[in-house]
Design a protein around this ligand. Structure first.
Ligand code: FEO
Length: 393
């Protein structure tokens, strides 16, 4: 793929991976993006996962022969796994990276600190390639502390490291944003899963990006973004401010014998009948929790429904709430459905876990099941549905 006259795509797609970052299911695989900038001097932008070193080096050789620089923007092994292979394949080349990245390099690659082959850069430094001048933008914690992004003023390209990435191989989701019908879905799951905790740091980078004339964003995962950049930048702004993106109710539940599930289904049916714009129901024991986390950050309201278990709450619900709170969950309306056959206290435990979050609205109504739905709890479902739906009228 050609990004501009001088910039070529040399990344790879991974369809062998089971869990990305040891954590996330990626049914459409994963792309490890890498780019070559051809000029009087040639720079390669990042390497790829170590399982693809040979294929990537073949791509680099085909694109530019023998490059002068490898710019390492991020040291996580999905991008740095082929740095050592690159340095062996191109013995004249130098690595351009942040001081923190060189420290990490020595830790990842025992005995290799590349002391005589390094160019250390920081915020505001530049690298002249000829007609292209690369300027470096510090992007700490988006997604690791050593991260730099790179701006090419000639072609107005921002190489954005992990930011604006998404799950999925480019051979499945498309090479450019324009080819990708549903970029936001997997980009949102990726953002909240991987970068979500670092909203303020993402905001800081967006402010720096606002001062640049950007026509193309080249992320390290997912399609190259060349059109309608305001759409992608706008979503990142919303996500990193922890603002709801869509109106609607997520009902996230666990159910041991199906009784809590029946209450959840009844609530969902009533919310739909009352005209709530979107109702998403997720079974935390069986569905992808990263997808549930994504939905909880996408919508303005979440109903948490679970069983009292070991004097606390069911494990999948605990994991879900912790996945939200550790990512600075805030600015949402929440309600609780609890079940307990002799001493229900799940609602109290769930509320306690969320009370430290900023700017939360706890609904007045909730539902208490004592084993199974009855007339009392059906009336509580009605009242909760009315309260939730009133906000959308
Ligand atoms: Fe794609 Fe943080 O590595």
């Amino acid at each position: 793929m050609k990004i501009s006259n001088d910039i070529l795509y040399v990344g790879v797609n991974d369809h062998d991976i089971d869990l990305f970052e040891g954590h996330y299911i990626v049914p459409e695989g994963m792309a490890y993006n890498s780019y070559v900038i051809k000029d009087e001097k040639t720079a390669v932008m990042d390497s790829v996962d170590g399982n693809f070193t040979d294929a990537w080096i073949a791509n680099v050789k085909e694109a530019c022969g023998s490059p002068d620089y490898l710019v390492v923007q991020h040291m996580e092994p999905d991008h740095s796994g082929s740095v050592r292979g690159f340095m062996e394949a191109f013995p004249e080349a130098k690595i351009v990276s942040s001081a923190k990245a060189f420290t990490m390099m020595a830790n990842f690659f025992e005995g290799e600190d590349y002391a005589d082959r390094r160019v250390v850069v920081k915020e505001g430094d530049t690298l002249e390639l000829g007609s292209h001048t690369l300027s470096f933008v510090a992007a700490p914690m988006v997604h690791w502390p050593e991260v730099i992004m790179t701006y090419d003023a000639k072609d107005k390209v921002l190489f954005s490291a992990d930011a604006f990435g998404k799950f999925g191989g480019l051979d499945v989701c498309g090479e450019t944003g324009a080819d990708d019908d549903d970029w936001a879905c997997e980009a949102r799951r990726y953002y909240f899963g991987i970068v979500g905790k670092y909203g303020p740091q993402t905001q800081a980078v967006l402010k720096k990006a606002a001062g640049l004339d950007i026509q193309t964003i080249c992320p390290l995962h997912g399609p190259v973004l060349m059109e309608d950049l305001g759409y992608y930048l706008g979503l990142y702004d919303t996500w990193s401010k922890y603002e709801p993106e869509s109106k609607g109710v997520v009902i996230a539940y666990t159910s041991v014998y199906g009784n809590t599930k029946k209450a959840v289904e009844l609530l969902a049916e009533k919310l739909e009948a009352l005209g709530v714009p979107e109702v998403e129901v997720t079974d935390l024991a069986r569905d992808d929790i990263a997808e549930a986390v994504e939905d909880a950050f996408r919508y303005d309201t979440v109903v948490f429904a679970t069983t009292t278990f070991n004097n606390g709450i069911f494990p999948f619900m605990r994991e879900f709430i912790e996945s939200l709170t550790e990512r600075n969950y805030q600015n949402r309306r929440v309600a609780f459905i609890e079940n307990g056959s002799w001493a229900p206290q799940a609602a109290k435990v769930m509320k306690g876990m969320l009370e430290g979050c900023k700017n939360m609205t706890f609904c007045e109504n909730g539902v208490k099941l004592v084993s199974a739905l009855n007339n009392d709890s059906r009336a509580q479902v009605d009242a909760l549905a009315e309260e939730l739906a009133a906000a959308y009228k």
